[in-house]
Every structure is written in structure tokens, then in C-alpha cells.
Design a protein around this ligand. Structure first.
Ligand code: SF4
Length: 490
């Protein structure tokens, strides 16, 4: 195992579902044209934001808790190999089996082999970001194994042959009427008169899932926290479906990103206060399940823990990029982000959308695979203010933009229009004569201005005026004004 973490930062060969299909600007443009999507998103994010703000305001030591969460994560990542080794030995001592997966391909192969060994052709799943990240459902389907999502929102996404668009509320882009239509179309035995009342939709999902819970022999989960000192795994959820998956099947397979380990139970106390308030806006989530290996005669009798790297050691190797691994997947940064609120999660083209996706996905895949994401931000800083572990996302975004530029420069690719413009600006501004000439030329813009603004410029400047006006150049340059007011320039 030490060799696993002692290796040079590992570039994953199978990155699962982390790669964007088209760059963010193009995908965002399509999303912005969808008025229904924007209405759904605005309603959902506004509601979650208000709930979060109200429960956070109840805690006088919220800032101290955030600082504690940040410190625990920073210290844990510094000795990540030791904490993972401790976790492995404790899980093993308690009857579990630990597997190490370098990338999505490894992880999927291990899970598929384990499920096949049980003879099962169906599994029930708890909502899990890392299994989405590695594309587990598709890998299982290719092996003839059906994976049933049991979280209500994930079920909606799965039945709708859709993709999640939010970390916590994967079907945030769907409204009640759309969900009812999906259920009527995809659930074999749903009542034909199903309404779009939330209680009726939840009842339909409950009946549909109950049969799966009672027949499945294998459950698959992710994990919110793994406590190294005892080998205890912890899952937080709201619907009780997780509790069913964790207790009813004979075999439990848990897939975990290696950054989810925390050293002690005392650390868990901090995160149990931070996570529910930041994610669902609750003081405490309804179901918190914990298990340590296997317990004879109680719950699953076979337990496998798969520890997944899939690019995490590469992020760990960059001290400035590493804080992206602090994330506890609360989704608060998505709910406050003005960019996410307008485009939704699909535009990011990555399992991790929003501000955290913009800093995590490019690091997990290598920047070139998701090069547009670090630019998908106004750098307003709302994500930093909301983050329960004080991850400075704007700083990470700027760092990743710089890395992208440096890597492009090192690869000697054709310079971008921006790079050419900046080089030209540098050439002009490095000579007083050239600068004066450029100012004189710029004043020609006054000829085409209307009411103090220029609405349309010729290429390549047209890219600027396509979405905004350019100001009319002033009558006088600064130097001319200075001469007129104060006399000659020295
Ligand atoms: S970066 Fe912070 S706010 Fe965003 S999902 Fe992660 S923990 Fe939550």
C-alpha cells in the first residue's frame, strides 16, 4: 500500500465520467437558452440557500467550526498514507477486505469481479459521487449486472436516462411535472393516475424501490467519512434508502475516494456539525449510518472497501491545488454560485459541477481534459464564504488558470487570440511613441459611437462587443488633459 501512495503522482488511464463533452462556454450557451431549466434552478437554489443561512446563523461558533474543518483536512492530507494504512488495518481486523484502485478502470473491474463472485445480476446502490465519477453503473451494465439507484433524485436521473446536475440534488433541473412524466413512462407498475404532488411521487418511488431492497443480495455505497482509528465508515443521508442498502443485502461493497479518510472520532464531531447545515440546511440529517467491518448475525456478512485514487494523488502532489481535496461534497458552493445558478450542472460536463467541479475535475483528469472549467467563474468569492471547510476556491481557480497557460506555453501550441492580443498590447505600451499613435487611432472610435457607447466593433474586437458595449474614447488623452491643466510633461 505504501508503494501506492509513494509513487509519483499518477495520471489515470480511465477517468470515468469526469471529462467534459464540449467546452463550458459552448455548453453554457445552450443551457442559458433553456428558460424552464433556469426557473427550476433559481427556485431550488434560492430555497436551499435560505435554509442554509438560517441554520448556520444559529451557531455562534460557525466560523470556529469552519476553521477546525479546514485544519483537520489540511493535517490529514499531509499524512494521508499513514491514515489510509491505519484504516486498512482496522477494516481488515474487523472482518472487511480492502482493495486499492489506481483509476476508474481498476475500481470498476474490482467491483464487477466481486459482484460476479456472489452470482448476483442486480445490485442496489446508495447515491455516491465516486461511483458516478468512475462510471460504475455503465461498467456493471456491460457485465450484465443491473445497478438500481435508490436515492429518489438519482432514481429520477436514472429512469430519465439523464445525467446528474447537482452534487446533492442530482435532479435539480427537473420540476414535479417532469418527474411525474418520467415515472409514468419508466416505472412498469405505477398508478396511471399519478399526480405531481410530492407525496404521491415519493410513494410511487417507495413502492418501486421496496421490491429491489427486499430481493437484492449486494449493496453498493460510497462513503462520507472513514474513521481511521477504528476502521468505521460513515454515510449521511435523508431518505432511509441508504440504511436499507447498508443493512439488508448479504454483501456490501463500499467505494471510497482516498481523501475521505479522517483520523479520529473527534474529527467526525466537527464534520457532523458542518455537513448537514451546509448541504441540506438541516441541523442534523435524518439518517447517519456507521459500520465497522462485519458483525456476525447482523447486517451484511461480507464487506469490501475499495480505495480509489483516480487522479487524487496527482492533485495531492500540487501544494497549491491540493485544497480541492478538502471538499466534503456539501454543494453549498454550487447553491451560491451565480454561474451555476444560470447554467446548471450539465454545462460543466463533469460529474462534479459548480465551483468545486471547476477546481477538482481538471486536477483529477489533467487540466487539458477540462481546460475551460477554471474559467467558468466570475471570481466573486461567494463559494469561499459558503464553504464549510474554508476552501479558497477563487485562489484555486486562478492557480489552475495559470497552470493551464503555463502548460499550453510549454507545449508550444498555437497561441490563443487572448495571448496574441496581450503580446500586441505589450508591444504598443512598451514605447511612448507607439502608445501615442495607438491613442490617436483609438479616437477614431468616436466616429461610430452613439450616446457615449460603441455597440459594434470590427473583428477581432467584435468578440468584445457581441455581449457588451465598448465605451466611447475620451475627447482628450490623459497627457493632453495634463498639459492643458498643469503645463508641460517632464
Ligand atoms: S468545495 Fe466546500 S462548499 Fe463546495 S462542495 Fe466542497 S465542501 Fe461544499
Amino acid at each position: 500500500m505504501s508503494a501506492f501512495l509513494g509513487m509519483p503522482a499518477y495520471a489515470p488511464r480511465g477517468v470515468g465520467h469526469l471529462r467534459g463533452d464540449e467546452p463550458f462556454p459552448a455548453a453554457a450557451r445552450h443551457a442559458l437558452g433553456d428558460a424552464q431549466l433556469r426557473r427550476n434552478l433559481t427556485k431550488a437554489t434560492t430555497t436551499i440557500r435560505a435554509k442554509r443561512a438560517s441554520v448556520v446563523a444559529e451557531l455562534p461558533d460557525w466560523e470556529e467550526l469552519r476553521a477546525a474543518g479546514h485544519s483537520i483536512k489540511t493535517a490529514t492530507l499531509r499524512d494521508l498514507d499513514q491514515h489510509l494504512e491505519r484504516l486498512e488495518s482496522e477494516v481488515t481486523a474487523n472482518g472487511g477486505v480492502v482493495h486499492w484502485a489506481r483509476d476508474a478502470g481498476d475500481a470498476n473491474a474490482i467491483v464487477t469481479r466481486l459482484v460476479r463472485a456472489t452470482g448476483a445480476t442486480e445490485v442496489v446502490k446508495i447515491k455516491s459521487m465516486v461511483t458516478d465519477e468512475i462510471g460504475l453503473n455503465g461498467a456493471l451494465a456491460a457485465a450484465g449486472i443491473a445497478a438500481y439507484e435508490t436515492d429518489l433524485a438519482e432514481l429520477i436521473v436514472q429512469l430519465g436516462h439523464d445525467r446528474p446536475s447537482h452534487i446533492l440534488v442530482p435532479a435539480i433541473h427537473r420540476n414535479r411535472a417532469e418527474i411525474r412524466d418520467i415515472f409514468l413512462r419508466e416505472m412498469p407498475d405505477v398508478e396511471p393516475g399519478l399526480t405531481d404532488e410530492p407525496a404521491a411521487l415519493a410513494e410511487a418511488a417507495r413502492r418501486h424501490l421496496r421490491r429491489k431492497f427486499l430481493t437484492a443480495t449486494v449493496g453498493i455505497s460510497g462513503v462520507n467519512f472513514a474513521i481511521a482509528e477504528t476502521g468505521t465508515l460513515c454515510v449521511l443521508e435523508s431518505e432511509g434508502n441508504g440504511r436499507m442498502c447498508l443493512t439488508l443485502p448479504q454483501t456490501l461493497i463500499t467505494v471510497m475516494g482516498i481523501e475521505k479518510v479522517i483520523p479520529t472520532w473527534a474529527d467526525l464531531g466537527v464534520f457532523l456539525q458542518l455537513l448537514p447545515r451546509s448541504s441540506t440546511g438541516e441541523r442534523m440529517n435524518p439518517y447517519t449510518s456507521m459500520w465497522t467491518g462485519v458483525t456476525p448475525g447482523d447486517g451484511p456478512q461480507t464487506f469490501h472497501l475499495i480505495l480509489v485514487d483516480n487522479g487524487r494523488t496527482a492533485a495531492l502532489a500540487d501544494p497549491a491545488g491540493r485544497p480541492a481535496l478538502h471538499c466534503i461534497r456539501c454543494s453549498a458552493c454550487l447553491n451560491v454560485c451565480p454561474v451555476y445558478e444560470r447554467t446548471g450542472g450539465h454545462a460543466y460536463g463533469s460529474v462534479y459541477p459548480g465551483p468545486i467541479g471547476a477546481v477538482l475535475s481538471p486536477q483529477l483528469t489533467g487540466i487539458e481534459e477540462n481546460a475551460s472549467l477554471p474559467y467558468a467563474s466570475s471570481l466573486c468569492g461567494a463559494c469561499y464564504d459558503a464553504c464549510p471547510v474554508k476552501t479558497n476556491i477563487p485562489e484555486l481557480l486562478v492557480h489552475l488558470r495559470a497552470r493551464h497557460v503555463e502548460e499550453a506555453r510549454a507545449a508550444k501550441r498555437v497561441p490563443s487570440a487572448e495571448a496574441i492580443t496581450m503580446a500586441a498590447a505589450s508591444w504598443v505600451m512598451s514605447s511612448p511613441g507607439r502608445f501615442r499613435a495607438a491613442q490617436r487611432a483609438g479616437r477614431a472610435g468616436r466616429l461610430v459611437s452613439r450616446a457615449g457607447r460603441i455597440g459594434s466593433l470590427p473583428p477581432p474586437l467584435a468578440a468584445w462587443t457581441r455581449t457588451r458595449d465598448a465605451p466611447e474614447p475620451p475627447r482628450q488623452t490623459f497627457r493632453q488633459w495634463w498639459r492643458a491643466e498643469r503645463g508641460d510633461l517632464r
